[in-house]
Ligand binder design. Structure first.
Ligand SMILES: Cc1ncc(COP(=O)(O)O)c(C=O)c1O
Length: 379
Protein backbone atom coordinates (compact mmCIF):
# COMPACT_ATOMS: atom_id res chain seq x y z
CA UNK A 1 0.00 0.00 0.00
CA UNK A 2 1.23 3.48 -0.88
CA UNK A 3 1.15 6.46 1.46
CA UNK A 4 -1.06 8.05 -1.18
CA UNK A 5 -3.71 5.36 -0.74
CA UNK A 6 -4.47 6.69 2.74
CA UNK A 7 -7.68 8.67 2.48
CA UNK A 8 -7.64 11.62 4.87
CA UNK A 9 -11.08 13.05 5.57
CA UNK A 10 -11.24 16.56 4.19
CA UNK A 11 -14.96 17.18 4.27
CA UNK A 12 -15.86 19.58 7.06
CA UNK A 13 -12.30 20.95 7.29
CA UNK A 14 -13.01 24.21 5.46
CA UNK A 15 -11.73 22.67 2.24
CA UNK A 16 -12.70 24.50 -0.96
CA UNK A 17 -12.54 21.25 -2.89
CA UNK A 18 -14.63 19.16 -0.52
CA UNK A 19 -16.95 21.62 1.18
CA UNK A 20 -18.20 23.71 -1.73
CA UNK A 21 -20.67 21.10 -2.98
CA UNK A 22 -20.81 18.51 -0.19
CA UNK A 23 -23.48 16.51 -1.99
CA UNK A 24 -21.00 15.66 -4.79
CA UNK A 25 -17.68 13.79 -4.94
CA UNK A 26 -15.05 16.44 -5.76
CA UNK A 27 -12.67 16.10 -8.72
CA UNK A 28 -12.46 19.76 -9.59
CA UNK A 29 -10.12 22.44 -8.17
CA UNK A 30 -6.41 21.65 -8.51
CA UNK A 31 -5.37 20.47 -5.10
CA UNK A 32 -4.63 16.90 -4.16
CA UNK A 33 -6.15 14.85 -1.36
CA UNK A 34 -2.73 13.76 -0.11
CA UNK A 35 -0.99 14.71 3.10
CA UNK A 36 1.99 16.98 2.44
CA UNK A 37 5.46 15.47 2.95
CA UNK A 38 6.12 14.74 6.65
CA UNK A 39 9.03 17.22 6.66
CA UNK A 40 6.68 19.99 5.57
CA UNK A 41 4.20 19.14 8.30
CA UNK A 42 7.04 19.02 10.83
CA UNK A 43 8.39 22.44 9.74
CA UNK A 44 4.92 23.90 10.17
CA UNK A 45 4.60 22.32 13.63
CA UNK A 46 7.88 23.87 14.64
CA UNK A 47 6.95 27.31 13.40
CA UNK A 48 3.51 27.13 15.04
CA UNK A 49 5.12 25.99 18.28
CA UNK A 50 7.01 29.28 18.37
CA UNK A 51 3.66 30.94 18.89
CA UNK A 52 4.33 34.45 17.56
CA UNK A 53 2.87 35.22 14.15
CA UNK A 54 3.79 38.79 13.33
CA UNK A 55 4.67 40.09 9.86
CA UNK A 56 7.19 37.89 8.13
CA UNK A 57 10.03 38.29 5.66
CA UNK A 58 11.48 35.63 3.37
CA UNK A 59 14.15 34.24 5.68
CA UNK A 60 17.61 33.26 4.40
CA UNK A 61 16.83 29.53 4.54
CA UNK A 62 13.90 29.95 2.16
CA UNK A 63 15.89 31.97 -0.36
CA UNK A 64 18.74 29.47 -0.19
CA UNK A 65 16.34 26.55 -0.76
CA UNK A 66 14.84 28.26 -3.83
CA UNK A 67 18.22 29.09 -5.38
CA UNK A 68 19.37 25.55 -4.73
CA UNK A 69 16.17 24.16 -6.32
CA UNK A 70 16.60 26.37 -9.41
CA UNK A 71 20.18 25.22 -9.75
CA UNK A 72 19.74 21.50 -9.06
CA UNK A 73 16.45 20.92 -10.85
CA UNK A 74 16.60 23.40 -13.68
CA UNK A 75 20.30 24.11 -14.05
CA UNK A 76 19.57 27.80 -13.61
CA UNK A 77 21.82 30.03 -11.58
CA UNK A 78 19.70 32.84 -10.17
CA UNK A 79 20.48 35.25 -7.38
CA UNK A 80 18.36 36.37 -4.44
CA UNK A 81 17.67 39.75 -6.01
CA UNK A 82 16.03 38.10 -9.04
CA UNK A 83 13.27 36.71 -6.81
CA UNK A 84 9.97 38.46 -6.16
CA UNK A 85 8.09 36.75 -3.34
CA UNK A 86 4.35 36.52 -3.80
CA UNK A 87 1.29 35.26 -1.97
CA UNK A 88 0.14 33.36 -5.07
CA UNK A 89 0.57 33.08 -8.79
CA UNK A 90 -2.82 34.43 -9.79
CA UNK A 91 -2.09 37.87 -8.29
CA UNK A 92 1.19 37.78 -10.25
CA UNK A 93 -0.68 37.18 -13.53
CA UNK A 94 -2.87 40.16 -12.78
CA UNK A 95 0.08 42.28 -11.74
CA UNK A 96 1.98 41.40 -14.91
CA UNK A 97 -1.01 42.52 -16.99
CA UNK A 98 -1.15 45.85 -15.19
CA UNK A 99 2.63 46.33 -15.17
CA UNK A 100 3.29 45.71 -18.85
CA UNK A 101 0.17 46.94 -20.60
CA UNK A 102 -1.85 50.13 -20.33
CA UNK A 103 -5.65 50.20 -20.36
CA UNK A 104 -6.89 49.44 -23.85
CA UNK A 105 -3.78 47.45 -24.78
CA UNK A 106 -3.95 43.69 -25.12
CA UNK A 107 -2.68 40.43 -23.69
CA UNK A 108 -2.53 37.26 -25.71
CA UNK A 109 -2.93 33.67 -24.55
CA UNK A 110 -3.86 30.29 -26.02
CA UNK A 111 -6.90 28.27 -25.04
CA UNK A 112 -8.08 26.17 -23.34
CA UNK A 113 -6.29 27.53 -20.30
CA UNK A 114 -6.52 27.89 -16.53
CA UNK A 115 -9.47 30.32 -16.08
CA UNK A 116 -7.65 33.29 -14.44
CA UNK A 117 -5.62 33.63 -17.67
CA UNK A 118 -8.91 34.58 -19.31
CA UNK A 119 -9.94 37.04 -16.62
CA UNK A 120 -6.94 38.96 -15.27
CA UNK A 121 -7.06 41.39 -18.22
CA UNK A 122 -10.10 42.97 -16.56
CA UNK A 123 -7.99 44.12 -13.61
CA UNK A 124 -6.05 46.38 -15.95
CA UNK A 125 -8.89 47.21 -18.35
CA UNK A 126 -6.95 45.36 -21.06
CA UNK A 127 -8.17 43.62 -24.15
CA UNK A 128 -7.91 39.83 -24.22
CA UNK A 129 -6.87 38.01 -27.40
CA UNK A 130 -7.14 34.22 -27.42
CA UNK A 131 -5.95 31.68 -29.94
CA UNK A 132 -6.97 28.02 -29.62
CA UNK A 133 -4.34 25.29 -29.42
CA UNK A 134 -4.67 22.81 -32.26
CA UNK A 135 -4.46 19.05 -32.29
CA UNK A 136 -1.63 17.82 -34.51
CA UNK A 137 -0.71 14.13 -34.60
CA UNK A 138 -2.75 13.60 -31.43
CA UNK A 139 -0.84 16.34 -29.64
CA UNK A 140 -1.99 19.83 -28.64
CA UNK A 141 0.33 22.44 -30.14
CA UNK A 142 0.54 26.20 -30.76
CA UNK A 143 -1.17 27.45 -33.89
CA UNK A 144 1.63 29.73 -35.03
CA UNK A 145 -0.21 31.06 -38.08
CA UNK A 146 -3.28 31.92 -36.04
CA UNK A 147 -1.07 33.62 -33.44
CA UNK A 148 0.60 35.72 -36.13
CA UNK A 149 -2.81 36.74 -37.41
CA UNK A 150 -4.21 37.50 -33.96
CA UNK A 151 -1.38 39.56 -32.47
CA UNK A 152 -1.81 43.32 -32.84
CA UNK A 153 0.43 46.37 -32.42
CA UNK A 154 -1.18 47.04 -29.07
CA UNK A 155 -0.54 43.51 -27.74
CA UNK A 156 1.98 43.75 -24.91
CA UNK A 157 2.23 40.35 -23.27
CA UNK A 158 1.79 36.66 -23.76
CA UNK A 159 0.63 34.45 -20.88
CA UNK A 160 1.92 30.90 -21.03
CA UNK A 161 0.99 27.93 -18.86
CA UNK A 162 3.80 25.34 -19.10
CA UNK A 163 3.26 22.51 -18.33
CA UNK A 164 -0.13 23.35 -19.68
CA UNK A 165 -3.25 23.33 -17.51
CA UNK A 166 -5.62 21.77 -18.58
CA UNK A 167 -4.05 20.02 -21.61
CA UNK A 168 -1.26 18.33 -19.66
CA UNK A 169 1.32 19.20 -22.32
CA UNK A 170 4.98 19.79 -21.48
CA UNK A 171 6.14 22.12 -24.23
CA UNK A 172 9.43 21.15 -25.82
CA UNK A 173 12.55 23.29 -25.91
CA UNK A 174 11.89 23.96 -29.59
CA UNK A 175 8.35 25.16 -28.90
CA UNK A 176 9.48 27.48 -26.10
CA UNK A 177 12.28 28.85 -28.25
CA UNK A 178 9.80 29.50 -31.06
CA UNK A 179 7.45 31.21 -28.61
CA UNK A 180 10.27 33.42 -27.29
CA UNK A 181 11.16 34.35 -30.85
CA UNK A 182 7.48 35.18 -31.53
CA UNK A 183 7.38 37.38 -28.41
CA UNK A 184 10.63 39.06 -29.41
CA UNK A 185 9.42 39.81 -32.91
CA UNK A 186 6.19 41.34 -31.60
CA UNK A 187 7.81 43.00 -28.60
CA UNK A 188 5.73 41.05 -26.06
CA UNK A 189 6.60 40.29 -22.45
CA UNK A 190 6.53 36.52 -21.97
CA UNK A 191 4.94 35.55 -18.65
CA UNK A 192 5.65 31.87 -18.13
CA UNK A 193 3.57 30.24 -15.39
CA UNK A 194 5.44 27.03 -14.55
CA UNK A 195 3.60 26.09 -11.36
CA UNK A 196 3.15 22.50 -12.62
CA UNK A 197 6.77 21.95 -13.67
CA UNK A 198 7.57 19.44 -10.91
CA UNK A 199 4.59 17.30 -11.86
CA UNK A 200 5.96 15.83 -15.09
CA UNK A 201 4.94 12.21 -15.29
CA UNK A 202 7.69 10.92 -17.60
CA UNK A 203 10.50 13.34 -17.33
CA UNK A 204 12.97 11.42 -19.51
CA UNK A 205 10.51 11.58 -22.39
CA UNK A 206 9.17 15.11 -21.87
CA UNK A 207 11.69 17.19 -19.90
CA UNK A 208 10.72 20.66 -18.78
CA UNK A 209 12.37 23.54 -20.57
CA UNK A 210 11.93 26.54 -18.32
CA UNK A 211 11.78 30.05 -19.71
CA UNK A 212 14.73 30.71 -17.39
CA UNK A 213 16.87 28.61 -19.75
CA UNK A 214 16.11 30.76 -22.77
CA UNK A 215 19.07 32.50 -24.40
CA UNK A 216 20.23 35.60 -22.53
CA UNK A 217 18.77 38.03 -25.09
CA UNK A 218 15.22 37.05 -24.06
CA UNK A 219 15.74 37.85 -20.37
CA UNK A 220 14.68 41.46 -20.95
CA UNK A 221 11.17 40.24 -21.76
CA UNK A 222 10.71 37.14 -19.60
CA UNK A 223 9.06 36.58 -16.25
CA UNK A 224 8.91 33.08 -14.82
CA UNK A 225 6.38 32.22 -12.13
CA UNK A 226 6.98 29.27 -9.84
CA UNK A 227 5.80 27.73 -6.59
CA UNK A 228 6.16 24.46 -4.70
CA UNK A 229 2.44 24.74 -3.92
CA UNK A 230 0.91 22.30 -6.45
CA UNK A 231 3.58 19.64 -6.13
CA UNK A 232 3.68 19.47 -2.35
CA UNK A 233 0.00 20.19 -1.83
CA UNK A 234 0.50 23.43 0.08
CA UNK A 235 -1.54 25.72 -2.21
CA UNK A 236 -3.59 26.93 0.74
CA UNK A 237 -0.43 28.25 2.41
CA UNK A 238 -0.23 31.02 -0.20
CA UNK A 239 3.35 31.21 -1.36
CA UNK A 240 4.77 31.62 -4.87
CA UNK A 241 7.55 33.61 -6.47
CA UNK A 242 8.57 35.23 -9.70
CA UNK A 243 12.08 34.97 -11.10
CA UNK A 244 12.86 38.14 -13.05
CA UNK A 245 16.56 38.42 -13.86
CA UNK A 246 16.15 41.72 -15.74
CA UNK A 247 16.35 44.67 -13.39
CA UNK A 248 14.16 47.02 -15.37
CA UNK A 249 11.42 44.42 -15.80
CA UNK A 250 11.57 43.53 -12.12
CA UNK A 251 11.26 47.16 -11.18
CA UNK A 252 8.21 47.66 -13.42
CA UNK A 253 6.60 44.55 -11.95
CA UNK A 254 7.29 45.51 -8.33
CA UNK A 255 6.28 49.12 -8.77
CA UNK A 256 2.84 48.20 -10.06
CA UNK A 257 1.95 46.11 -7.02
CA UNK A 258 1.19 49.25 -5.00
CA UNK A 259 -0.97 48.19 -2.07
CA UNK A 260 -2.77 45.41 -3.90
CA UNK A 261 -0.91 42.39 -2.48
CA UNK A 262 -1.37 41.00 1.02
CA UNK A 263 1.54 40.12 3.29
CA UNK A 264 2.85 36.58 2.89
CA UNK A 265 2.59 34.48 6.04
CA UNK A 266 5.48 32.88 7.91
CA UNK A 267 3.73 29.52 7.40
CA UNK A 268 3.80 30.05 3.63
CA UNK A 269 7.52 30.75 3.74
CA UNK A 270 8.43 27.89 6.05
CA UNK A 271 6.33 25.26 4.29
CA UNK A 272 7.88 26.25 0.94
CA UNK A 273 11.37 25.99 2.33
CA UNK A 274 10.75 22.53 3.81
CA UNK A 275 9.15 21.31 0.57
CA UNK A 276 12.14 22.35 -1.54
CA UNK A 277 14.72 21.20 0.98
CA UNK A 278 13.31 17.82 1.91
CA UNK A 279 10.48 16.96 -0.47
CA UNK A 280 12.28 15.31 -3.39
CA UNK A 281 11.97 11.62 -2.31
CA UNK A 282 8.28 12.19 -1.53
CA UNK A 283 7.81 13.91 -4.91
CA UNK A 284 9.26 10.93 -6.74
CA UNK A 285 6.78 8.61 -5.02
CA UNK A 286 3.99 11.02 -5.82
CA UNK A 287 4.87 11.06 -9.51
CA UNK A 288 4.84 7.30 -9.65
CA UNK A 289 1.41 7.19 -7.97
CA UNK A 290 -0.01 9.87 -10.27
CA UNK A 291 1.35 8.05 -13.30
CA UNK A 292 -0.61 4.95 -12.37
CA UNK A 293 -3.74 7.04 -11.77
CA UNK A 294 -3.28 8.66 -15.16
CA UNK A 295 -2.83 5.30 -16.86
CA UNK A 296 -5.93 3.89 -15.18
CA UNK A 297 -8.07 6.85 -16.22
CA UNK A 298 -6.67 7.02 -19.75
CA UNK A 299 -7.19 3.30 -20.34
CA UNK A 300 -10.73 3.52 -19.00
CA UNK A 301 -11.66 6.45 -21.23
CA UNK A 302 -10.08 4.93 -24.33
CA UNK A 303 -11.17 1.32 -23.84
CA UNK A 304 -14.53 1.69 -22.12
CA UNK A 305 -15.81 5.13 -23.04
CA UNK A 306 -14.48 5.36 -26.61
CA UNK A 307 -16.30 8.58 -27.32
CA UNK A 308 -14.95 10.58 -24.37
CA UNK A 309 -11.60 11.80 -25.71
CA UNK A 310 -8.61 12.15 -23.42
CA UNK A 311 -5.23 13.52 -24.56
CA UNK A 312 -1.87 12.00 -23.64
CA UNK A 313 -1.25 13.57 -20.25
CA UNK A 314 2.44 14.43 -19.91
CA UNK A 315 2.17 16.44 -16.69
CA UNK A 316 -0.16 17.57 -13.89
CA UNK A 317 -2.86 15.53 -12.15
CA UNK A 318 -5.54 17.01 -14.38
CA UNK A 319 -7.30 15.21 -17.23
CA UNK A 320 -8.97 17.20 -19.98
CA UNK A 321 -11.97 15.27 -21.21
CA UNK A 322 -13.68 16.08 -24.49
CA UNK A 323 -17.33 15.02 -24.28
CA UNK A 324 -18.39 16.45 -27.62
CA UNK A 325 -18.40 13.10 -29.47
CA UNK A 326 -20.93 11.77 -26.91
CA UNK A 327 -23.45 14.44 -27.89
CA UNK A 328 -23.51 15.60 -24.25
CA UNK A 329 -23.18 19.37 -24.52
CA UNK A 330 -23.02 20.10 -20.79
CA UNK A 331 -20.71 17.41 -19.37
CA UNK A 332 -20.48 19.04 -15.97
CA UNK A 333 -24.21 19.20 -15.48
CA UNK A 334 -24.49 15.65 -16.78
CA UNK A 335 -21.86 14.28 -14.39
CA UNK A 336 -23.32 16.15 -11.42
CA UNK A 337 -26.81 14.90 -12.11
CA UNK A 338 -26.12 11.37 -13.29
CA UNK A 339 -22.95 10.47 -11.36
CA UNK A 340 -22.83 12.91 -8.39
CA UNK A 341 -19.36 14.02 -9.55
CA UNK A 342 -18.07 17.59 -9.38
CA UNK A 343 -15.52 18.37 -12.12
CA UNK A 344 -14.27 21.68 -13.55
CA UNK A 345 -16.41 23.10 -16.34
CA UNK A 346 -14.57 23.39 -19.65
CA UNK A 347 -16.40 26.62 -20.45
CA UNK A 348 -14.37 28.40 -17.77
CA UNK A 349 -11.23 27.38 -19.69
CA UNK A 350 -12.67 28.68 -22.94
CA UNK A 351 -13.83 25.28 -24.23
CA UNK A 352 -17.48 24.23 -23.89
CA UNK A 353 -18.18 20.51 -24.22
CA UNK A 354 -15.11 19.68 -22.14
CA UNK A 355 -14.57 18.98 -18.47
CA UNK A 356 -11.44 18.66 -16.33
CA UNK A 357 -10.99 15.81 -13.89
CA UNK A 358 -8.50 16.06 -11.00
CA UNK A 359 -6.94 12.64 -10.40
CA UNK A 360 -4.76 13.81 -7.48
CA UNK A 361 -6.66 11.53 -5.14
CA UNK A 362 -6.47 8.02 -3.74
CA UNK A 363 -6.77 5.26 -6.31
CA UNK A 364 -9.88 3.99 -4.56
CA UNK A 365 -11.60 7.34 -5.00
CA UNK A 366 -10.53 7.58 -8.62
CA UNK A 367 -11.90 4.10 -9.18
CA UNK A 368 -15.23 5.24 -7.70
CA UNK A 369 -15.33 8.18 -10.10
CA UNK A 370 -14.53 5.92 -13.03
CA UNK A 371 -17.29 3.51 -12.08
CA UNK A 372 -19.80 6.33 -11.59
CA UNK A 373 -18.85 7.89 -14.92
CA UNK A 374 -19.08 4.54 -16.71
CA UNK A 375 -22.51 3.84 -15.22
CA UNK A 376 -23.82 7.30 -16.07
CA UNK A 377 -22.65 7.07 -19.67
CA UNK A 378 -23.88 3.50 -19.99
CA UNK A 379 -27.43 4.48 -19.10
C1 LIG B 1 -1.47 27.28 -14.26
C2 LIG B 1 -1.83 27.69 -12.87
N1 LIG B 1 -1.38 28.87 -12.38
C3 LIG B 1 -1.70 29.28 -11.14
C4 LIG B 1 -2.49 28.50 -10.30
C5 LIG B 1 -2.86 28.99 -8.94
O1 LIG B 1 -1.82 29.63 -8.34
P1 LIG B 1 -1.99 30.29 -6.91
O2 LIG B 1 -2.83 29.37 -6.07
O3 LIG B 1 -0.58 30.41 -6.45
O4 LIG B 1 -2.64 31.62 -7.14
C6 LIG B 1 -2.97 27.29 -10.77
C7 LIG B 1 -3.85 26.48 -9.92
O5 LIG B 1 -4.44 25.53 -10.33
C8 LIG B 1 -2.62 26.87 -12.07
O6 LIG B 1 -3.05 25.70 -12.55
Amino acid sequence: MSIFDVATTRRGTGSLKWDKRPELQPFWVADMDFLSPPEVIEALHQRVEHGVFGYAVPHDGLVESILCYLDKRHGVSASAEHLVHLGGLVPALSLAGRAFADPGEALLTCTPVYPPFLNVHRDGALELITVPYVLEDAQWVFDWDAMENAVTDSTKLFLLSNPQNPLGRVFSKEEILQLAEFCDRHDLILVSDEIHCDLILEEERTPHFTALQLPEKYAVRTITLLSPSKTYNIAGMGYAYAVIPDKRLRHMFNRKSGHTLAEITCLGYYSAEAAYRHGEPWRRELISYLRTNRDLLTAFCREKLGNVLIPDIEATYLAWLDFRPTGITEPNQFLEKEAALFLSDGRLFGAPGHTRLNFGCSRALLQEAITAMGNALGK
